[in-house]
Write a protein that binds this ligand. Structure first.
Ligand SMILES: [Zn+2]
Length: 250
C-alpha cells in the first residue's frame, strides 16, 4: 500500500455488481476496505474476497443492527476480531433512525471497544447524531479511530483531532459546504479517503472506489497544493494509520 490510494470505507456488498466495482478500483489503482454491517456479513465477505486482491474485508457491527444482534452479535464479532485487518463499520447513531435503540447501541459499542483487538488495528467509525459521546468513548478506550463521514459539531471535531483521531472524507462531502468547512479544519496529515459507496452519491451516481483519483484532484485544489502532493500526503496518512496499528501493543 505504498503509493496506492485506499478507500477506507466502502460497502462493497451493497453494490449490485461488486466484482465490476472491484475491477474498476483495480484499474484506477485504488485499494478497498470493504466494511460490513454484521459479523456474518464479514465472514461471507472475507471468504469471497481473494487474498492479496484489491480489497480486504473489515469486521463490522453497525449501530443500527445492534439491538437486533444483541450480545450474541458481540460474541460473534469477538471470534473474528483477531483475523480482521480492519474494523468497521461500528459506532453510534442517535439520528431519528437510531434514537429508539440508543441503549442497545451503547451496550454493544462499549462491549466492542473493550475488545483488546480494537486497539491494534484501524477502526472506521459511524457517529451520526452521537458525535460527542462516540468521540469521548473512542478516546477513553484509546482507539485510534477514523471518523467516517463526520457531520457533527466542529468543536467535537477539534476534540477528536486533539486526541489524535483521523477523518475520512468522500466525494459527496467535498461537494457540500458543510463537508468543505470541516475539511478546512482538519490538518492534512489527519485526512483519509473513503467513498461510503453506494450510499454516498455524487451528481446522482453512487460513489465508488474508482472515483478517488478525481477526488484527490479536488482535495488538491482545496489545499492549494498539486494533485501529486495531495496524493503523497494521503498515502503517507494511510501508511501511518496502518503501521501505527501494527506497531502498537494490544
Ligand atoms: Zn457506511
Amino acid at each position: 500500500m505504498t503509493d496506492v490510494l485506499l478507500d477506507t470505507h466502502c460497502h462493497l456488498d451493497a453494490f449490485a455488481n461488486p466484482s465490476q466495482v472491484l475491477a474498476a478500483a483495480a484499474a484506477a489503482d485504488v485499494q478497498v476496505v470493504a466494511v460490513t454491517n454484521t459479523p456474518d456479513d464479514y465472514r461471507r465477505m472475507a471468504t469471497l474476497l481473494p487474498r492479496g486482491g484489491a480489497a480486504r474485508a473489515a469486521l463490522g457491527l453497525h449501530p443500527l443492527h445492534a439491538h437486533r444482534l444483541g450480545m450474541g452479535g458481540v460474541l460473534r464479532f469477538s471470534r473474528h476480531a483477531a483475523g480482521a485487518a480492519w474494523i468497521g463499520e461500528i459506532g453510534l447513531d442517535f439520528s431519528p433512525a437510531g434514537r429508539d435503540t440508543r441503549d442497545a447501541q451503547l451496550k454493544t459499542f462499549d462491549a466492542l471497544l473493550a475488545l483488546p483487538q480494537l486497539r491494534d488495528r484501524p477502526v472506521t467509525v459511524h457517529t451520526r447524531g452521537a458525535d460527542k459521546i462516540a468521540v469521548q468513548r473512542l478516546v477513553d478506550a484509546r482507539i485510534r479511530a477514523v471518523l467516517h463521514w463526520y457531520t457533527g459539531p466542529l468543536g467535537v471535531a477539534d476534540e477528536a483531532l486533539a486526541a489524535g483521531l483521523h477523518f475520512s472524507v468522500n466525494p459527496s462531502m467535498l461537494a457540500s459546504a458543510k463537508g468543505r468547512t470541516l475539511l478546512a479544519r482538519i490538518p492534512q496529515d489527519r485526512v483519509l479517503c473513503e467513498t461510503d459507496g453506494p450510499f454516498a452519491r455524487r451528481s446522482g451516481h453512487p460513489c465508488q472506489p474508482a472515483d478517488l483519483p478525481a477526488m484527490i484532484e479536488e482535495l488538491a485544489v482545496l489545499w492549494h497544493v498539486s494533485a501529486a502532493h495531495a496524493r503523497t500526503q494521503i498515502c503517507a496518512n494511510q501508511r501511518r494509520i496502518t503501521d501505527e496499528k501494527a506497531a502498537s501493543p494490544a
